[in-house]
Structures are given as C-alpha cells and as structure tokens.
Design a protein around this ligand. Structure first.
Ligand code: SF4
Ligand code: ZN
Length: 299
C-alpha cells in the first residue's frame, strides 16, 4: 500500500480518515491537525505564555512536544499528587522528557502544599473528583501567580467525546454549553484553558509518542475511584469499532453545529473566594471547602 500523500510505501493506516500514510506524512498530518485546531478556535497566539500541564502520560507529553515543534514558547508544570509509585514514575518521565529536550518546567508537590498526598485522603472521599479539584485549582493558581496566559492540557478527541457523552447522558446543560477546546479567561484570576490535541485520536497520539521514542507512564493510577469517563470511553470505542468515525462525528457535529443551542445556559457569575481570593461561583471556593473539611477530619 502506498502513502496517500507522497506515493512512497505507506505504513500507517488512519481508519477514521480511511487513508494510509508513510511515517513522515503521518507527522505532517498530526502537526496539521493541531495547527488547524489552534487556528480555527483562535486558541492562542505567539504572544501567549503557555503553561503545559504535564502528567507524565503520553497525551500531555506529546502536547508539549508538538507546541514546541510548532514554535510556541512553553513551560511545563507537573503536579506530584503523592500517589506512591505512580507519582514517582510520572514525575521521572516528565523530568527525563524535559531535560532531554532542554525544556523549562517545574514540579509542584501536593504533599508540600497540603501536608498529605492524594493517597492519604480521608476514607469515603470521591478520590478522583477531589484530585481533579486540587489539580484544577493549583494549575490555575500557579498560572495566575506566574503570569501565564494559557494552560494547555493533553485532552484528545476520545476524552472530549466521552465527556460530551457523559454530560448528555446526565443532561448537564451547564457543562455541555461550556464544552469547547478553549475555555476563556472570564475572570482576571482565571487563566484560559486550551486543548490543542482535541482533533487527535488517542491511538494517533500513542503512535506519535512511540515513533518519537517518548517515554511515558503506561499504567493507570491505582486511586482511580468513582471516575465515569472510562466507562463512556469504552462505550464509544465499542461503537467506533463497528462504525468508524463515530467519535469524530459525535464531537465535531456538536462543536460545529449543536453547541450553539446551549449557549445561553452556560453563563457563570464569578466572584472571589472569601478565603483564598481565587474565582468561584459561591462565597467560599470548592477547594477551600475541601480544606476546611479535611482539617475537621484531622482534629
Ligand atoms: Fe487523580 Fe483519579 Fe486521575 Fe488518579 S485517576 S490521578 S486519583 S483523577
Ligand atoms: Zn478558596
């Protein structure tokens, strides 16, 4: 089989696009998709200071690499969540990746901030939602305090379509209305969040990482509890196998046509948390409420 682009021997089949590419044209395809996503959503410009949230997984590392390859100025922030071996290896992958490519980064250790890691959360907590809350809070706070104008995450097409499915199944209208690869900075202390890989499928990213010899953490977090996203992902993967292109159509039809129907539902009125000063819809932000609760448990 020949490469659709150059006619040389093809080695990579992209099922959803029904094309075969050689390695070089696969790399060009990936970069083109990312560039297109950035351009079409007006994600950021060359003037933005982009902080990449790097977990040590393939998606965030590829995101960081691609933004660098496309000529953006980036900085990596890794949050060490304090989840035993999982966090130790994740951190090592990030450090190795950054040092090899001479990229700027920093590690934020949750144990240093909270005095305990995610592993030691009070029993009965919904671990993933608390962990997500802590990560979101510190990514934003770090970015605000260090003058970054965009936070890039490695969310891919499969993540986004799974999130959309979950939100539709539970009719989370507010979330549906805000689902977009760019979440604007609607408050002076809220940094824009962007998802440059939203046009790429997970298997395309894995292949890109492997062909670039990126070492990433390839086992799941042992604390995964109460996360529904993997369920929606496997449901969509099952449909995708029988009907290639479903994930793509589901997400892109929504982004291009149907999200406008939900627009009015998504307005957020943000004020500053009376405790920490970060943006929130309530008097005290969810992060501070969580801290107060943890302190009570500790007494
Ligand atoms: Fe945190 Fe859950 Fe992800 Fe583990 S799986 S890192 S606990 S959000
Ligand atoms: Zn607060």
């Amino acid at each position: 089989m020949k490469c659709r682009m150059c006619g040389n021997p093809g080695e990579i089949k992209l099922i959803r696009h029904n094309i075969i590419l050689c390695r070089d044209d696969f790399f060009i395809f990936i970069k083109r998709q990312v560039r297109k996503g950035i351009y079409e959503t007006k994600m950021f410009s060359r003037n933005d200071r982009i902080m990449v949230a790097v977990s040590g997984g393939k998606d965030s590392l590829v995101c960081w690499l691609l933004l660098e390859e496309l000529g953006y100025t980036t900085f990596g922030l890794h949050i060490d969540l304090g989840i035993g071996e999982f966090s130790k290896i994740s951190r090592e992958k990030v450090e190795k990746f950054a040092k090899k490519r001479r990229l700027n980064y920093e590690i934020l250790n949750i144990k240093d901030i909270l005095g305990f890691g995610i592993e030691e959360l009070s029993k009965g907590q919904r671990t993933c939602s608390i962990c997500g809350l802590i990560k979101r809070y510190w990514l934003n706070r770090y970015a605000v305090e260090h003058g970054f104008t965009a936070i890039a995450t490695g969310h891919n097409l499969n993540d986004e379509s799974a999130a959309l499915l979950g939100n539709i199944l539970h009719w989370q209208i507010g979330y549906i209305s805000r689902q977009y690869p760019v979440l604007p900075a609607i408050h002076p202390k809220l940094v824009k969040r962007v998802k440059p890989l939203y046009r790429l499928e997970e298997n395309e990213i894995r292949l890109y990482a492997d062909l670039h010899n990126i070492e990433y953490i390839n086992f799941s977090c042992p604390m995964r509890k109460g996360a529904t996203s993997p369920v929606y992902k496997s449901a969509l993967n099952f449909i995708e196998k029988n009907s290639p292109g479903t994930n793509h159509n589901f997400l892109f039809q929504f982004l291009e046509k149907y999200r406008y129907y939900f627009k009015k539902e998504g307005k957020l009125n943000l004020k500053e948390c009376s405790n920490c000063g970060m943006p929130t819809t309530e008097e005290v932000c969810s992060y501070c409420k969580f801290l107060f609760k943890e302190q009570k448990h500790a007494v």
